[in-house]
Design a protein around this ligand. Structure first.
Ligand code: AGP
Length: 609
C-alpha cells in the first residue's frame, strides 16, 4: 500500500514528513514525494526510487514551511516514475493531493476534465482528484472537497492542500486507513500509526465517509453531509515494531486478514456492474485473436505455480482451450512446444523471480504471446511481458504468500470467464452466476476469518507432528498442494499433498495411526470418491480434518474434525478453502516458535536460478 503523511504546526513540515515516510517504508513502495506550503505557495519535490533519493533532492532544494503532506507510492495505475509519484497537483499548482487506493472511475472523469481544457502530466488515477478540486474550488475549501468526493468512486485515503488555505489540511477515507495524530499545537496525519507513534500516541482513527479539517490547534470531523462527529481519542499502546504490523503479531497474519480487501480491490472495475461480463481494459482481446490461440502454457514457481494449476482448470473448463502448467525452472529445459499460436501466462507476485522471468523470455523467443499476472507495477516481468494483468493485493511482506495467491486465483478466474465470454463457450447465465459469486467472495473470506478458534486449536493440537498429508481431488487437489507448501515453508513440518486417488498407489504405506490428514472435500462432482479416500486413511487410523462446504451433512461421519467454508460455486471454492489452510500453517508455525515472516533458508523474491 502507499504511505501517506501530513503535518501542520509550528515546526518545519519536511522534518516530520520524511521521518513519517521512513516509518512506512516497510509497506513497500517505488517512489516518494512531499509538498510544503511556505505561506505563499506550495512546492512539490518527488522522485522515483527510495526515500534516500528524495532526501538527496531536498538537500539541494529545501522546502521551507510548516504545513505539508507526503507520500510513498506503491504503483497501481501508471508505472513507477518521477512524474507518476505523488503528490499530484492541478494545472495551476494551487491544489495538491496524495492518495492511497484506487479511483475506479478515473478514466471517465479524466476525459471530462481534458474536454474542459485540463492538462494532465501523469498516468495516475490520483491526478484526476487535484484537477477536480481546481474545477470546483469556489473559495470554500471544505465544500469544494465534498463536491470532489461526490464525483469519485473507489477506495481511497485522500489528503488535500490548497495554496489559498495556508492554515489547514483536509483528509478523508474510504476503504483505506487514515489516522490523525493529536499533538500540542501541532497535528499529524498518516495512513498508518507507525508514522506518528514517535510524535504522539493520541489519535483519531477515521472511519469510512468521515472528513477531517485539520489545523495546528484543531481537528474538525464531519460526515460527507457536514454533520459534526465527535471522535473518541484512541491511545496507541503498541510499540513501534508492532505498529508496523497494524497491531498483528506478524506480517503473515496481517496479510491473511487483508485478503477481503485485496480480493475486492483486484476485482475493482473489472466486474461489470450488472455482473454480465468481465472488463479487462488492459487486454481488449478480440474473438479472432482468441481463436488463434490453440494452447495456453502457464509458468510460475511455488505458490504462483499452484495458482497456475487452478488456472488450468478454469481455462480448460470455461474457455475450452488446452492448458499446460509448468514450474518455471523446468519449462525452459523441456523443449516446450510453444509457437505463435500459444498464449504464455506467467504468474509472479514479485515480478522478479528469475526462473519465471527466464521462462517468459524463452516463451517469447519461441513466438508465444505473453501475459503476466503480477503484483508489482513496473517489475521486470511486467516490463518483459506483452501484456499485464495486475493483482492489486498491495505489498506482500511475509515470505509466505497468502493474499497474492488468492488474488492470483481471482485474476485467473476473471481471465477465464473473460476468455469464455469472447469465445462464447459459456452461457450468459453461467457467466453471470460466476461473476456474482466472485462479488460475494470478500464477504465470505471475512466470514472465515471471523471464526479462527477451531483452526487455532487444531494447529496447537497437531502442530508438533512431523508429518502431515493433504489430500483432495480436482480443484481440491490444487488447493492441497498450496496448503502443504504453506505448512512446510513456515512450520518446517514435513507436509505432502496428494491427489486423493493416488494414495492407494503408494503413499498409503505412510499412513499410520495418528498421522494428521487434511482432506479437502469441497468439489461436489468428486465428493463421493473423496469420501472413499477419507475412509481409506481412516481405516489406517489417521486423524482426518475435513474441509467442506457449509450444508455438507455427511462429512462429519467420516472425519475427526471439520472446518466448513461458506457455500460457493465449485470454481470459487478454492479461494475460500485455502484460507483455513493458511491459518492452520500460521498457527502451527507460531505453536512451534518458528520465525513466521522470515522462515529459514527462504527469501521473499528468488532472484537467482
Ligand atoms: C510462497 O509462499 C513462497 N514463498 C514461494 O513459493 C513463492 O510463491 C515463489 O518463490 C514465487 O514467487 P513470485 O510469486 O514472486 O514469483
Amino acid at each position: 500500500m502507499c504511505g501517506i503523511v501530513g503535518y501542520i504546526g509550528p515546526k518545519q513540515a519536511s522534518t516530520f514528513l520524511i521521518e513519517g515516510l521512513s516509518k512506512l517504508e516497510y509497506r513497500g513502495y517505488d517512489s516518494a514525494g512531499i509538498a510544503v506550503h511556505d505561506g505563499n505557495k506550495i512546492t512539490i519535490e518527488k522522485t522515483i526510487g527510495r526515500l534516500a533519493n528524495l532526501e538527496q533532492k531536498l538537500e539541494h532544494h529545501k522546502l521551507e514551511g510548516s504545513l505539508g503532506i507526503g507520500h510513498t507510492r506503491w504503483a497501481t495505475h501508471g508505472r513507477p516514475s518521477d512524474v507518476n509519484s505523488h503528490p499530484h497537483s492541478d494545472c495551476t499548482g494551487n491544489f495538491v493531493v496524495v492518495h492511497n487506493g484506487i479511483i475506479e472511475n478515473y478514466m471517465h472523469l479524466k476525459e471530462q476534465l481534458i474536454a474542459k481544457g485540463h492538462v494532465f502530466t501523469s498516468e495516475t488515477d490520483t491526478e484526476v482528484v487535484a484537477h477536480l478540486l481546481e474545477e470546483y474550488y469556489d473559495g470554500d475549501f471544505e465544500a469544494s472537497v465534498k463536491r470532489v468526493l461526490g464525483d469519485i468512486s473507489g477506495s481511497y485515503a485522500l489528503v488535500f492542500m490548497s495554496k489559498f488555505e495556508p492554515n489547514k489540511i483536509i483528509c478523508t477515507k474510504q476503504d483505506n486507513p487514515l489516522v490523525i495524530g493529536l499533538g500540542e499545537g501541532e497535528n499529524f496525519i498518516a495512513s498508518d500509526i507507525p508514522a506518528i507513534i514517535n510524535r504522539t500516541r493520541r489519535t483519531y482513527i477515521l472511519s469510512d465517509g468521515e472528513m477531517a479539517v485539520v489545523t495546528k490547534d484543531s481537528v474538525w470531523v464531519t460526515n460527507r453531509q457536514g454533520v459534526p462527529i465527535t471522535k473518541k481519542v484512541f491511545e496507541v499502546n503498541w510499540d513501534a515494531e508492532a505498529a508496523e504490523k497494524g497491531g498483528y503479531e506478524h506480517f503473515m497474519i496481517k496479510e491473511i486478514y487483508e485478503q477481503p480487501k485485496a480480493i475486492r480491490e483486484t476485482m475493482t472495475s473489472r466486474l461489470a456492474k450488472d455482473n454480465s461480463h468481465i472488463i479487462f481494459d488492459e487486454l481488449k482481446w478480440t474473438k479472432g485473436e482468441l481463436a488463434a490461440i490453440k494452447k495456453v502454457v502457464i509458468v510460475a514457481c511455488g505458490t504462483a505455480y499452484h495458482a497456475g494449476i487452478v488456472g488450468k482448470y478454469y481455462i480448460e473448463s470455461l474457455a475450452r482451450i488446452p492448458v499446460e502448467v509448468d514450474v518455471a525452472s523446468e519449462f525452459r529445459y523441456r523443449f516446450p512446444l510453444v509457437d505463435e499460436n500459444t498464449l504464455a501466462i506467467v504468474i509472479s507476485q514479485s515480478g522478479e523471480t528469475l526462473d519465471t522471468l527466464a521462462a517468459l523470455k524463452e516463451a517469447k523467443r519461441l513466438g508465444a504471446t505473453t501475459l503476466a499476472i503480477t503484483n508489482v507495477v513496473g517489475s521486470s516481468i511486467s516490463r518483459e511481458a506483452d501484456q499485464v494483468v495486475y493483482t492489486w493485493a498491495g505489498p506482500e511482506i511475509a515470505v509466505a504468500s497468502t493474499k497474492a495467491y488468492t488474488t492470483q486465483l481471482i485474476s485467473m478466474a476473471m481471465l477465464s470467464i473473460y476468455m469464455a465470454g469472447i469465445r462464447e463457450t459459456i452461457s450468459a447465465e453461467r457467466s453471470q452466476e460466476l461473476i456474482s459469486g466472485l462479488r460475494n467472495l470478500p464477504t465470505q473470506v471475512h466470514e472465515i476469518l471471523e471464526d479462527v478458534e477451531p483452526i487455532k486449536t487444531f494447529a496447537q493440537q497437531y502442530g508438533f507432528n512431523e508429518d502431515v498429508f493433504f489430500i483432495g481431488r480436482s480443484l481440491d487437489y490444487a488447493v492441497a498442494l498450496e496448503g502443504a507448501l504453506k505448512l512446510k515453508e513456515i512450520s518446517y513440518i514435513h507436509a505432502e499433498a496428494y491427489a486423493a486417488g493416488e494414495l492407494k498407489h503408494g503413499t498409503l504405506a505412510l499412513i499410520i495411526e495418528g498421522v494428521p490428514v487434511i482432506a479437502l472435500a469441497t468439489q461436489h462432482d468428486v465428493y463421493e470418491k473423496t469420501l472413499s479416500n477419507i475412509k481409506e486413511v481412516k481405516a489406517r487410523d489417521a486423524v482426518v480434518i475435513g474441509i467442506a462446504q457449509q450444508g455438507d451433512d455427511q462429512i462429519k461421519k467420516y472425519v475427526d474434525h471439520t472446518i466448513f467454508i461458506p457455500q460457493a460455486d465449485k470454481y470459487l471454492a478454492p479461494i475460500l478453502a485455502v484460507i483455513p489452510l493458511q491459518l492452520l500453517s500460521y498457527y502451527a508455525a507460531v505453536t512451534r516458535g518458528c520465525d513466521v515472516d522470515k522462515p529459514r533458508n527462504l527469501a521473499k523474491s528468488v532472484t537467482v536460478e
